[in-house]
Design a protein around this ligand. Structure first.
Ligand code: IMP
Ligand code: MG
Length: 173
């Protein structure tokens, strides 16, 4: 597979993002909420670059199945357990694509009345956006290609690749 982003580039971008979050929330605490399963690797690296009082939680939705296109509808599979009222929430996602997932999650989490809510995404595919939503922290803007690795899957495979690679066309539908 063609490598789009090497592990060193990813590590540098994650470190930079962690420093920015540290600066933005200095003197405050944050709750990092990772969207399962794709954002787990990103969360674990990002959290170690944030020098703040930080806690973790996890949320899961169903949007993409075995195919590459979005289902158009997002369903909550697992909710957070942390009380979020008056907390600084940072939603941590692997990739912002059509925006349907994060639009749904942002609305869902707003019901908990957090003090603030920001979105940190490792990857952004702006050309694919359907819902009007942007992330506050973006690692990389990438072209409209289906990528795997560093948490990102195709049909649950390839999450463990250390680099982010472009999945070749054909044979994967
Ligand atoms: P959205 O709702 O279309 O923004 O989709 C977000 C979700 O789609 C992400 O959490 C990923 O699980 C998945 N996704 C979108 N693009 C890709 C990709 O290129 N590779 C792997 N998963 C993707
Ligand atoms: Mg996925």
């Amino acid at each position: 597979m063609e490598v789009l982003l090497k592990r060193d580039e990813i590590a540098a971008a994650v470190a930079k993002m962690g420093q920015q979050i540290t600066k933005d929330f200095v003197g405050q605490s944050v709750v990092l909420i990772a969207v399962l399963k794709g954002a787990c690797l990103f969360l674990s690296d990002l959290a170690r670059q944030i020098e703040l009082n930080a806690t973790f939680d996890f949320i899961a939705v169903r949007s993409y199945g075995m195919k590459k296109q979005t289902a158009g509808e997002v369903q909550l599979i697992k909710d957070v357990t942390t009380p979020l009222r008056d907390q600084n929430v940072i939603l941590v996602e692997d990739i912002l694509d059509t925006g349907l997932t994060l639009t749904f999650l942002r609305k869902h989490l707003q019901q908990h009345q957090p003090r603030s809510m920001r979105i940190a995404t490792l990857l952004d595919k702006p050309s694919r956006r359907v819902a009007p939503i942007e992330a506050d922290y973006v690692g990389f803007r990438i072209p409209d290609k289906f990528v795997v690795g560093y948490g990102l899957d195709f049909a649950e495979r390839f999450r463990n690749l250390p680099d982010i690679c472009v999945l070749e066309e054909g044979g994967q539908e």
